[in-house]
Design a protein around this ligand. Structure first.
Ligand code: URP
Ligand code: ZN
Ligand code: ZN
Ligand code: ZN
Length: 483
């Protein structure tokens, strides 16, 4: 046969085009796009189905050690299975530096864990302690080895760095050619609210949202955009949760800055009211930033449809709710400050975005492909190998039934968590078969890909994150020379 695999009679969608075509695959790559292709050793009939680029989820916490007593529920084997169940074929996770420790060691540990991934992967390096010897001696070699993005937190006691340190990380990224992703919330303002709430006895999960109202995020998004502007460094702001911070991203873009905003599935379908569900159920919705309002959801869709927010990730951060007795493992009356932050969402991401976005007419199909795959691949230096269906691209493909109606349940998602915040949501459209480099990882909803099939994706220099060469003061403070 001419091909290893032919996907026949489907409708292919990319971030720019939708067209009827067979897909010919050989050596793990797409090698032909046309109707009436010759025979394949294997064939899949995709009549009535969409043939989509596999998702690129660029914000995932899989098998990542947590600071406290709770554990990340997933291993790379379970997390990557769940991702593929939802049509995702590439995940970018995090390699973390422990305070006082080495980032090189953090990267080595995460690489060892990720060896069990069923889908392809890369890492952002988290700096919790960006002291000069780390940034000067360890980081250049790691960037050279393909770890071309950094993550910094401006809040969380165990992870946050100061603005001073953030500026040093931004400067290092500019010198080395890496993209900085930022968790932007005003730490001291959160702490001030939190102390007052605890003192007033307001400890229930819903007060998590009271501890970090939108102003906390909006101020910090503005601040990091200003730092990025002053040092002329491209950034991506993580988890933009609603209107006011989306506005900050839009203003930065209007000034010509390379500032990109990411939002996550949860901010499009959950609200702060979910934190106030009966009993201790609200604990299952504690994430940062906090879920906002219906108006914020609408504002996010508006900014997505206008291309201001171009990437929607899961921020998958799974913690099991139940201990051995079935009750909350972190206590049925624990104050919100003791509930681990973050929601699981790898598998639910693409179905919810397809259903809420395409099926409900908020965005078109190319925009769906862009926000779930293509833009993230471009932004993180993986395109055109990942994030599209084109001759020469990896055959990472989700074969999608656009008409199938599914009610989301935890069991369907096949991660290692014990609940989903999206339980009971009805979606139209579901991925049936997911291929990674031409090999089925999920077939008709069943996980068939082996742990270890996934490959590390080193990322080389790329044009999209090249600094603009524009400094507000006419002086380049990163290199200490006139601009
Ligand atoms: O609440 C969240 N988002 N937890 C995961 C870690 C992070 O902040 O991205
Ligand atoms: Zn974050
Ligand atoms: Zn706006
Ligand atoms: Zn995160």
């Amino acid at each position: 046969p001419e091909f290893d695999l032919v996907i026949r009679n489907g409708r292919v969608a990319t971030a720019s085009d939708v067209f009827d075509s067979d897909v010919g695959i050989a050596g793990g790559q797409v090698v032909a796009l046309a109707r009436g292709l010759g025979p394949g050793a294997k064939e899949i009939d995709a009549r009535g189905k969409l043939v989509l680029p596999g998702g690129v989820d660029s914000h995932t916490h899989i098998e990542e050690p947590r600071g406290g007593p709770t554990r990340n529920a997933d291993t790379f084997a379970s997390g990557s299975a769940s991702a593929a169940v939802g049509g995702t074929t590439t995940v970018i996770g995090f390699a973390r530096q422990e305070r006082g420790g080495s980032i090189a060691q953090g990267v080595a540990e995460h690489m060892a864990r990720a060896a069990q991934s069923r889908i392809d992967y890369s890492f952002h390096m988290i700096f919790t302690d960006p002291r000069p010897e780390i940034m000067e001696q360890e980081v250049p070699k790691l960037v050279e080895a393909g770890h071309r993005s950094f993550k910094i937190f401006l809040t969380y006691a165990g992870a946050r760095i100061t603005d001073d340190q953030a500026l040093e990380v931004l400067a290092a990224a500019r010198r080395l050619g890496a993209l900085v992703c930022i968790h932007a919330e005003h730490h001291d303002l959160i702490e001030f609210h939190t102390r007052a709430l605890l003192k007033a006895g307001l400890t229930w999960p819903k007060y998590h949202a009271w501890a970090k109202p939108m102003v906390v995020e909006r101020e910090c998004v503005h601040r990091v955009c200003a730092m990025a502007e002053a040092l002329d460094v491209p950034i991506q702001v993580f988890h933009v949760s609603g209107a006011e911070s989306a506005e900050e991203i839009e203003r930065a873009q209007a000034r010509g800055l390379k500032v990109w905003g990411e939002t996550c599935t949860q901010y499009l379908v959950l609200t702060a009211e979910d934190l106030d569900r009966p009993g201790f159920e609200g604990a299952k919705y504690v994430c940062s930033p906090a879920p906002r309002s219906k108006a914020d959801q609408a504002a996010l869709w508006d900014h997505i449809s206008r291309g201001v927010i171009q990437n929607v990730t899961s921020d998958h951060a799974p913690t099991r709710y139940a201990g051995a007795d079935g009750k909350s493992a972190f206590g049925e009356s624990a104050p919100f400050t003791q509930i681990p932050n973050g929601l699981p969402g790898l598998a639910a991401r693409m179905p919810i975005l397809f259903s809420e976005g395409v099926a409900k007419g908020r965005i078109d199909l190319p925009t769906f492909v862009s926000i779930t795959a293509t833009h993230a691949a471009k932004l993180f230096g993986l395109h055109p190998r990942k994030g599209t269906i084109a001759v020469g691209s990896d055959a990472d493909i989700a074969i999608w039934d656009p008409a199938r109606k599914v009610t989301i349940t935890q069991a369907l998602l096949q991660d290692a968590n014990d609940h989903t915040p999206f339980e009971g949501i009805e979606v139209t459209g579901w991925p049936e078969t997911t291929l990674v480099r031409g090999v089925p990882v999920v077939e008709q909803g069943k996980v068939v890909g082996a742990p270890g099939h996934g490959q590390f994706l080193p990322r080389g220099p790329y044009a999209m994150i090249k600094p603009r060469g524009v400094f507000p003061g006419g002086f380049n403070p990163v290199d200490g020379v006139p601009a």
